[in-house]
Design a binder for this molecule. Structure first.
Ligand SMILES: Nc1ncnc2c1ncn2[C@@H]1O[C@H](COP(=O)(O)OP(=O)(O)OP(=O)(O)O)[C@@H](O)[C@H]1O
Ligand SMILES: [Zn+2]
Length: 505
């Protein structure tokens, strides 16, 4: 505001100054040299003040704090865990922190330090901000919102001083939850480039995190879509040492989220929320909230007294059209291919018993359209040749399953093939596990005639693993169908549910 006023004054005086040189009628008949000099000085002074207003960190700090205050005002309507649908495991995980904030004496008496730095990571719009503000709601503490990008400045030291004032403010408002969204804006690995402003900001944040054990009752929550970019120092014990993944919702959670957002909205009787949840595969909570809102707007526009299926369909279409990540929009046919692909990985993995299987999912996760999560039952330092071959079989089982069921293969196995090739290459070139003998083939320290032989060995390992995986699946086809069908209806299956399917079929 102040800067704009200065600019307007500058322009007015400049116009008067210029006009004094052209003796425009009687108005300026007194335009003496003195007046001209006075106006020139005035303009120079104004330029000086405008530049100062642009540079002055304090001014910017005040404006950023005002922004923060605005955000706080808007968050005055408290959010509770009930407003966050799904994410049951995460909420359970957070109970301990909530208990600590409610009864700090209980923990202090035992000398127990609760992890107070939490990092939420995962795709955008999945409820990270919502969850953080629900923690403040549940503990009846203040919520301080900041975004990493607010601390990114050209002028060295400004970001660091904003971090300092953020924590000072938190100390004054304790008990409170500090939420820093877009952590990657300040927390990217310091070695990646030479940016001394960002390094100073990050260092200041580390200092505050280390110092804040002394403060009472402050929880700091960071959020990022890209945890792998963050500086390791930030994720170390005592800092953001709890890392909680918040992924896209599965069909049941989507139903719950839709219900939260449809609360208090008039619906046509034939609207089926379960069906809406099925239609919105791959969408985040933010997309679902958006769909409900769009549908309500459509209904108002058409003068309906309640929201009907037609409005929901239009809203889904509109939100899907706006999606940047088109991979999130998956057709029924693709969903089926993904389900059989993941079922293939899980079944071969389970039968070979490489690792216990913790979760199978066809909910998109980053670039992957589905995934099988192995729960390693023990830390492994050694792997046998047989185990490595079995791992490759599990990797190739996704494609094998697609080939068996659809008589066709898809691009979905790209990553699996890359990993399998890498493992086979290591077996031949690093572990001496091929007919080429107990030797390595590293750093080109071998004659060029070996290149062909190495390739042949890698191909042999991969071909035989693929054949084995296919045979396992063909011998257990009923299980494959059962797992894939379950995935199509539920989208995620736990390890225990997998065991149930295998027993029942
Ligand atoms: N689990 C959920 N339950 C209810 N609403 C949800 C849920 N997840 C997301 N939403 C809706 O989506 C909106 C955006 O979510 P939020 O801002 O918390 O996402 P985010 O993970 O912080 O996103 P980003 O990574 O882009 O900052 C919320 O305000 C809410 O309306
Ligand atoms: Zn795969």
């Amino acid at each position: 505001m102040k800067k704009n006023l200065l600019i307007v004054l500058f322009m007015i005086f400049s116009v008067i100054l210029v006009s004094t040189f052209f003796d425009l009628g009687k108005v300026y008949q007194y335009s003496s040299i003195k007046l001209k000099v006075f106006l020139i000085f005035l303009d120079i002074a104004l330029i000086f003040f405008i530049r100062k207003a642009q540079k002055k960190p304090e001014l910017m700090l005040v404006s950023s704090l005002r922004q923060e205050e605005k955000k706080e005002d808007s968050s005055k309507t408290k959010v509770y865990f009930d407003d966050v649908a799904g994410l049951e495991e995460v909420k359970e995980d957070l109970q301990e922190i909530i208990d600590f904030m409610k009864n700090p004496e209980k923990y202090n008496k035992m000398g127990a330090k609760i992890p107070r730095g939490i990092m939420f990571y995962g795709p955008p719009g999945t409820g990270k901000t919502l969850l953080a503000s629900a923690i403040s709601g549940e503990t009846n503490s203040n919520f301080i919102y900041a975004s990493g990008s607010e601390f990114v400045e050209k002028y060295v030291g400004v970001g660091a001083s904003r971090i300092r004032s953020l924590f000072e403010k938190a100390k004054k408002q304790a008990p409170c939850v500090i939420f820093i969204d877009e952590m990657d804006a300040i927390g990217v690995s310091r070695s990646s480039d030479n940016n001394s402003e960002r390094d100073q900001t990050l260092n200041q944040l580390l200092i505050e995190l280390d110092g804040f054990n002394r403060y009472d009752n402050i929880v700091v929550i960071g959020a990022t879509n890209r945890i792998e970019l963050l500086d390791e120092a930030l994720l170390r014990p005592g800092r953001f040492d709890r890392h909680i993944y918040i992924g896209n919702p599965n069909v049941r959670s989507r139903e719950e989220i839709l219900k939260v957002h449809l609360k208090n909205k008039p619906l046509d009787q034939d609207v089926n929320i379960k069906q809406l949840a099925r239609k919105t595969h791959g969408m985040s909570g933010a997309h679902l909230a958006n769909i409900v809102n769009e549908a309500a707007i459509f209904a108002v526009r058409e003068n309906h007294s309640s929201i009907g299926n037609e409005e929901f369909n239009k809203a889904i279409e509109r939100v899907m059209a706006g999606l940047k990540n088109k991979s999130a929009v998956i057709t029924e046919k693709e969903k089926k291919i993904i389900a059989y692909h993941e079922a293939g990985h899980a079944l071969v993995g389970r039968i070979l018993n490489n690792d216990l299987i913790e979760k199978i999912s066809i909910v998109p996760h980053g670039q992957a359209l589905g995934f099988v999560l192995n729960a390693s039952n023990e830390d492994r330092f050694l792997m046998t040749k047989k185990e490595l071959c079995e791992k490759i079989q599990q990797l190739l089982a996704g494609r094998a399953s697609e080939e068996i069921i659809f008589n066709e293969i898809s691009t979905g196995a790209q990553n699996d093939l890359a990993k399998a090739t890498e493992m086979a290459n290591e077996m031949v070139c690093e572990y001496g596990m091929s007919t080429l003998g107990n030797r390595t083939f590293n750093h080109k320290k071998y004659s060029s005639g070996y290149e062909n032989l190495i390739n042949k060995e890698i191909n042999l390992i991969i071909e035989s693993a693929y054949k084995n995986a296919k045979k396992i699946l063909q011998d257990n086809l009923e299980f494959l169908h059962a797992i894939a069908n379950k995935l199509l209806t539920k989208e995620t299956i736990s390890g225990q549910e997998l065991e149930k399917i295998l027993k029942a079929s």
